[in-house]
Design a protein around this ligand. Structure first.
Ligand SMILES: O=C[C@H](O)COP(=O)(O)O
Length: 251
């Protein structure tokens, strides 16, 4: 990680937790100790956004795990950026591979969601990443560049400070098969180069690109040492007290 980029860790709880379990997570996060130089954001289920925002210390951010592309209306089951902001939450994760692959979200829909969330003042964590067969057939770059392009086309120049990009190879998510630090760095470096060529050098230098996929307390430090890995997006391991080590991985 380059020193000018603040280390960023997202804990994506996915569809896990109840009030009792969440109280346990909040207790270990509050006890810490957490690296004051790291930014921590917890992605929580929608029905607990308000609960978590009220109970977590203000120094820990809260994120929704999804939102829709318009402010309100007849969209049963959806929540809007305006609603997320209304309960004091600042962040949203968009285009996670489970949204893409389980719920069939397209690049175009994800891009519209990113656009609307940014315009409403939310900070966004758009996710990209290739599937195993795409990696094995040598298409990793093609896939992640095209996913990135769809999103980048919708990010206004003055909103880049509100964006943290998550690279999550689908084959590494929840499988215990972490990308090696070198494999992850290779893609992160190429994404930064793509941003430099297709947006501008300043954005490429300042935007944080975090890695997700079976990050644990054991492998987080090696990943954090890589030049273009600015933190992690953590699923399963964010539910356990060991998560503190992941937040502190750059110390
Ligand atoms: O958003 C987080 C990723 O999907 C990673 O999940 P995982 O750490 O359980 O592999």
């Amino acid at each position: 990680m380059a020193p000018e980029r603040k280390f960023f860790v997202g804990g994506n709880w996915k569809m896990n937790g109840n009030k009792k379990e969440i109280d346990g997570i909040i207790a270990f996060l509050t006890a810490g100790p957490l690296d004051p130089n790291a930014e921590l954001v917890c992605g929580v289920p929608p029905c607990y956004l308000d609960y978590c925002r009220q109970k977590l210390p203000g120094s820990i951010g809260v994120a929704a795990q999804n939102c829709f592309k318009v402010a309100k209306g007849a969209f049963t089951g959806e929540i809007s950026p305006a609603m997320i902001k209304d309960v004091g939450v600042e962040w949203v994760i968009l285009g996670h591979s489970e949204r893409r692959n389980v719920f069939g979200e397209s690049d175009a829909l994800i891009a519209e969601k990113v656009s609307h969330a940014l315009s409403e003042g939310l900070k966004v964590i758009p996710c990209i990443g290739e599937k195993l067969e795409e990696r094995e057939s040598g298409k990793t770059e093609e896939v992640v560049f095209s996913q990135l392009k769809a999103i980048v086309d919708k990010i206004p120049e003055d909103k880049w400070d509100n964006v943290v990009i998550a690279y999550e190879p689908v084959w590494a998510i929840g499988t215990g098969k972490t990308a090696s630090p070198q494999q992850a760095q290779e893609v992160h470096g190429k994404l930064r180069q793509w941003l430099s060529e297709n947006v501008n050098a300043e954005v490429a230098q300042k935007v944080r690109i975090i890695y997700g996929g079976s990050v644990t307390a054991e492998n987080c430090r090696e990943l954090a040492k890589e030049a273009d890995i600015d933190g992690s997006l953590v699923g399963g391991a964010s539910l356990k007290p060991d998560f503190i080590h992941i937040v502190n991985a750059s110390q």
